[in-house]
Design a protein around this ligand. Structure first.
Ligand code: G4P
Length: 527
């Protein structure tokens, strides 16, 4: 273990910002980049949102995909820290993409709209964080608008996200009467001046009872603040960094991303408490970041950088050691040594060729079809990183060939799109028909479009009514065989050849669970 490596690891913070669309993720990301000096004016980060209304606008999707590669990973330096923000698609139909990105981060910031509270997508993404015990910080945004009572928001966060909360800043009024936040963590008063570009004014306060507070925010607000703080100290235990790192307690900040208010406080606290790259579990063993040998895994593939050459970028998260350009590494699944002449790093929204990268960093590797999501790269060791599960899709359709002359192209296209993680493929064991499972309708449209434009293949969708795909297993081989026999019409194989039961309704699933107690049903492919 070298000192240089340890130093580089300790200064890295790799995280994702997650939220329900419109809560302010893009705005907050942009403000964080402003503080890091990565951009110089607000408005420089394009939202990668695919607007709901644009579901049939293909060019729009293509354009969005172009934008999202530029903002897929945003690296910048802040003080002594190297920060990597991993972007997640805003549209819920690409939730699967977000799930996978969450496997490559060491912590998460959740943005919640103060008026709307916890919304569906936040709840779902939080489930993934909980499963992985990812440390979470919450930013309650849009305090410059009329929102809900902050105590109600805290209650809702606790109940809906199933996590303990601890406010580290506290709002003084809201909407038009929003005066700022009291920084419980650092004992300071941050006064609010609406502005999209500048930073708020900080007044150090030793004692919240000092008359200075009344002078600055008005007597009524000051009294309310003191009462609120008393209540907070009474109700919420002291902030416990270890509990945060275990994913049990989320510190909460209040602010307004649009007004760059409360963002610096968030960032300063974030770099201090958020974890540096942590050990990662492989099937074979735990891999620690400070190990000398390089290891990493592919968590995202962005295809079609140039439609004429079918080029992709594979995003590799460095897990341990130092990654170096032009050094041979083992592509474990293909059992071959490969070296990369033009790996890219993502700094300040720009891609540039890098010579080396450290744990926590993301390297983009230009690829022409060698990589699949979940692939492991090592210095030679046989390792397989865990933690890239597929979740049961929500929507299913049969995919049929609409042009018999192009069946090879269709097959190739489907396989590559699935390797890229666009959707999931199940093959019915009974009749051999192929079923595509997605999280949302938009993915079917993207698949059809891309099959045609990138592979020259035409597909047709046919309806199938399914409720869930369940990966099944049992310790009792006979029970498993008996189940598969009884349900043979509903048995399918996933891309890795695992057995999947396709339940056509919740009722059928429940019946199966009670009729076959020896079978375990899983809603994700990793158990
Ligand atoms: P998202 O990435 O989470 O989807 O949200 P985004 O940042 O795009 O923000 C959604 C909308 O909320 C934007 O308005 C944005 O300006 C606004 N917003 C973000 N933070 C705040 C805040 O602190 N206060 C207030 N009042 N509004 C905020 P828009 O009208 O949809 O877009 P735009 O035309 O302003 O870009």
């Amino acid at each position: 273990m070298s000192d240089e490596l340890t130093k580089e690891i300790n200064r890295r913070r790799t995280f994702a910002i997650i939220s329900h669309p419109d809560a302010g993720k893009t705005t907050l990301t942009e403000k964080l980049l402003l503080f890091g000096g990565a951009i110089h004016v607000a408005g420089a980060v394009k939202s990668n949102k695919i607007k709901k209304t644009a579901t049939s606008d293909w060019m729009e999707i293509e354009k969005q995909r172009g934008i999202s590669v530029a903002t897929s990973v945003m690296g910048f330096n802040y003080g002594d820290y190297k920060i990597n923000i991993l972007d997640t698609p805003g549209h819920q139909d690409f939730a699967e993409d977000t799930f996978r990105t969450l496997t490559a981060v060491d912590s998460v910031i959740i943005v919640v709209d103060a008026a709307k509270g916890v919304e569906t997508q936040t709840r779902r993404l939080m489930e993934v964080c909980r499963m992985r015990k990812t440390p979470v910080i919450i930013f309650v945004n849009k305090m410059d608008r009329e929102g809900r009572d902050p105590f109600d928001i805290l209650d809702e966060l606790e109940q809906e996200l199933h996590i303990g909360v601890r406010p580290l800043t506290w709002p003084i009024n809201m909407g038009e009467r929003f005066k700022g936040v009291y920084n419980i963590y650092e004992h300071g008063l941050d006064l609010f001046t609406p502005s999209k570009q500048t930073v708020s004014e900080r007044v150090e306060i030793d004692d919240v009872n000092s008359p200075e507070v009344d002078r600055l925010v008005g007597e009524e607000n000051a009294t309310k603040l003191r009462e609120d703080l008393e209540l907070i100290e009474g109700v919420y235990p002291e902030f416990d960094k270890e509990a945060y790192l275990r994913g049990e307690v989320a510190p909460v900040f209040f602010g307004s991303a649009l007004n760059t208010f409360g963002v610096k406080e968030l960032l300063d606290c974030f770099v201090e408490i958020a974890p540096a790259p942590r050990p990662v579990m492989a099937v074979e063993r735990e891999v620690r970041p400070e190990e000398d040998s390089f290891t990493g895994f592919v968590f995202k593939i962005h295809a079609n950088m140039d439609p004429n050459h079918r080029s992709c970028i594979a995003f590799v998260k460095v897990c341990s050691g130092k990654f170096e350009r032009n050094v041979y590494y083992k592509h474990v699944r293909q059992d071959k040594m490969m070296r990369f002449a033009a790996p890219t790093a993502f700094m300040a929204q720009k891609k540039s060729v890098v010579d080396e990268a450290y744990p926590g960093d993301i390297v983009g590797i230009p690829d022409t079809g060698n990589f699949k999501i979940g692939d492991t790269l090592t210095a030679g060791e046989l390792l397989h990183f865990k933690g890239l599960p597929s979740f049961s899709p929500e929507m299913f359709k049969y995919i049929e060939n609409a042009d018999p002359m192009k069946s090879k192209q269709l097959e190739k296209g489907i396989n590559q799109l699935m390797d890229e993680g666009v959707a999931q493929l199940f093959t019915n064991q009974f009749n051999g028909r192929k079923i595509i499972g997605t999280v949302g309708q938009l993915q079917f449209e993207v698949i059809q479009y891309r099959l045609l434009h990138e592979y020259g293949a035409q597909c047709r969708w046919e309806p199938i009514s399914l409720y869930k795909a369940c990966w099944i297993e049992s310790d009792d081989e006979q029970a498993l065989e008996a189940f598969k026999k009884r349900k043979h019409q509903f048995m399918a194989t996933d891309k890795e050849g695992r057995d999947v039961f396709l339940a056509d309704s919740n009722y059928v699933l429940q019946m199966a669970q009670s009729d076959f107690p020896k079978i375990r049903f899983h809603f994700s492919s990793e158990f």
